[in-house]
Design a protein around this ligand. Structure first.
Ligand code: HMG
Ligand code: MG
Length: 296
């Protein structure tokens, strides 16, 4: 049975913009304000990573300072280490997200350390977050394939996910970083992870590189999952995963979920307008089919 409601975790301002041409501060702030006005309740607003690694996110403190905060919206940011966590707290995020991978090679290229070392770094974040009463979300990348290693063992995905939950993550987001999954293996991977972790503590984070993200979500939708990550206009990708094009577009996800009678609390037409504007500012066409149809 499909769920009655799905919580959308909007990653456009982070995952989206980290892989696009640099955008001005004001445009980022307007984007986030526009997203919250559409009814999105969880927005990843920035990333406290090295500005040498990802210059697009260097102004995350200013972004978080300048947005108009809505009471019932959770604004989060990526934090790879304690330094990132401290910056995020100083910028008054509501929660943070740590990120590692099921692939050693990807972990090295993305955060310059092994999976085991990434977990040790996160340990310090979990301790500090508990003291500050801040929730921690966690990402596992390459759950359906790695740009450097190819196929990934789903038991490794399950083991890394479990380690993160055991450390205190309230949710693990399963990232198909390069969008190579197809419905059957996406579901098999989710079922393997669900053997160890309740589906309510999992989220799906599928990139749409091969146009499979929506089909993969549908294949996983009756599993008890309640959170799906997506990006307005299908923006983005990971700069350390060559060929990783955009995330699943939030507009396309909403259209499918609403068509299935699943509530999201998000206004699709309003979101399409926000997506249209950001694409104009970036000088690109929206990769959301639904947006292309609605804004025609
Ligand atoms: P490193 O070079 O090993 O770190 O990078 P280090 O501790 O040796 O420090 C090197 C320099 O970085 C120093 O500066 C530090 O101060 C600075 P310097 O002395 O050279 O001037 N530094 C920092 N600056 C700002 N904020 C920080 C910070 N930490 C160190 N938090 C590090 C290690 C993790 C920092 C680096 O590898 C990094 O920033 N990586 C980020 C890569 C990234 O952001 N990737 C994209 C996000 S992940 C993703 O998109 C996947 C996801 O969407 C899920 C999916 O799709 O699968 C989440
Ligand atoms: Mg991603």
């Amino acid at each position: 049975m499909y769920p009655k409601q799905i919580s959308i975790y909007e990653v456009g301002p982070r995952d989206g913009l980290q892989n696009e041409a640099q955008l001005g501060l004001e445009a980022k702030v307007q984007l986030i304000n526009g997203l919250s006005a559409c009814g999105l309740k969880r927005i990843e607003a920035g990333s406290f990573v090295s500005p040498k690694w990802v210059p697009q996110m260097a102004d995350s403190t200013a972004v978080l300072q300048q947005i108009e905060r809505q009471q019932n919206v959770t604004y989060s940011a990526l934090t790879p280490n304690l330094s990132g966590f401290e910056q995020a707290i100083a910028a008054h995020v509501n929660e943070v997200a740590v990120f590692t991978a099921a692939s050693e090679s990807f972990c090295q290229r993305n955060i310059n350390c092994s999976i085991a070392e990434s977990l040790r770094r996160f340990d310090t974040i979990f301790v500090a977050a508990k003291a500050a009463n801040i929730k921690v979300r966690a990402y596992v990348s390459c759950v359906l394939g790695c740009p450097y290693e190819g196929a990934i063992n789903i038991e490794q995905v399950a083991a890394v996910s479990q380690a993160l939950i055991d450390m205190g993550a309230y949710q693990v987001s399963l990232g198909d970083t390069i969008g190579v999954g197809t419905p059957q293996n996406a579901r098999q991977m989710l079922d393997a992870v669900s053997q160890r972790i309740a589906p309510q503590q999992l989220a799906l984070h599928f990139h749409d590189t091969y146009g499979q993200a929506l089909a993969n979500i549908l294949a996983c939708l009756d599993s008890g999952i309640s959170t799906i990550d997506s990006a307005v206009a299908g923006l983005g990708g990971c700069p350390y995963a060559r060929g990783a094009s955009g995330n699943l577009a939030t507009e396309d996800l909403l259209y499918m979920l609403h068509g299935l009678g699943i509530e999201t609390g998000v206004d699709l037409q309003q979101l399409a307008n926000v997506g249209h504007k950001i694409c104009q500012q970036l000088g690109k066409r929206s990769s959301s089919k639904v947006s292309q149809a609605l804004m025609n």
